[in-house]
Design a protein around this ligand. Sequence first.
Ligand code: PGA
Length: 252
Amino acid sequence: MRTPIVAGNWKMNKTVEDARALVSEMVPNLSKVNGVEKVLCPTFVSIVAVSNLLEGTEIGLGAQNMHWEENGAFTGEVSPVMVSEFCQYVIIGHSERRAYFAETDETVNKKVKAAQAIGLIPIVCVGESLEENKAGETAVIVTNQILEGLKELDPALAPKVVVAYEPIWAIGTGLTATPEDANAVVKDVIRPALARLYGKETAQAIRVQYGGSVKGDNALDFFSQPDIDGALVGGAALKADDFIKIAQAAAG
Ligand code: PGA
């Protein structure tokens, strides 16, 4: 049995003050949702404040990115050690980082290994663009992202990776893949690619989220699919009611 995981990717939104207000509003009801891993991923500057508010709750904290090196001359970057002081999770390879900040499958792979080495759970994003989707290239693109981004992990740690399938054309657009299509990509593309790397059993154990315009009122359609184990949520994670509703939908 895979425990569903619902993570809120706040992207570049919310000041520290706004973050405190949102978390304070969310915690009471979000804490009551059982049987689902819940994770909030604010910006780096809000991590300490959010960490303080989450103390004593079962809500996890994640970063939206990190460098793979432990420390050194990398102006503007944050290291795995620093992230792990406060967080249990880290999002890696989000399509916005791939598109705007030169993230590649190679840097994704370095970051995933560094995250696992320090005990963080990486949430690794994969997904095709609209052009790739229209050209029928989804399977090739996503398979390659998995094979390259997740290669050579410690086999004992591989099952702990979380994959987020996020078709790029569905992110922030209000468009979503149909739940059936999203499930088919997870079942027929992502799990087989994971099986090629780590065997069938591990591929079945790895949680795979769907992401892209998930809201309170469509979440259940995705979570009813057998291969979808939760969601990576952008816009709807900025509203307490919507995010709680999504977590509740994942609890079944
Ligand atoms: P969205 O973003 O829910 O706003 O589409 C999802 C994501 O980018 O992780």
